[in-house]
Ligand binder design. Sequence first.
Ligand code: AMP
Ligand code: ZN
Length: 114
Amino acid sequence: MSECLFCRIASGSLPTEFVFEDEHVVAFRDINPAAPVHILVVPRAHIETVADLGSDETGVMSRLTAAANRIAREAGVDAGGYRLIVNCGREGGQTVFHLHMHLLGGRKMPELAA
Ligand code: AMP
Ligand code: ZN
């Protein structure tokens, strides 16, 4: 069995309610939400970080973005706006080393510090 948390969630071995799934992507609520809507959008394939994506793998991020946009519409946060975040590596704030995109919405996001 894979030791990777998000591989276990994506494969169903760690039962988790999906808000979206297709052949390539699963999405589920963050266990420690930072906003009223906080969804993690995750490729089924194990890719450690966004830094592992080369120019031949642009489809991965397109799929994550398309899924996040669809979930945002379904959650009703598309009109007000939302934030998509990909943390990369330890100093980038990544704690789970399986690529994922955060969808945050439902409140006004602070501007990022310069
Ligand atoms: P990051 O810091 O970008 O790696 O984000 C990892 C996110 O995964 C954090 O926001 C955690 O709250 C979230 N998380 C960790 N374990 C789980 C889990 N079992 N189910 C849902 N979200 C989780
Ligand atoms: Zn994984």
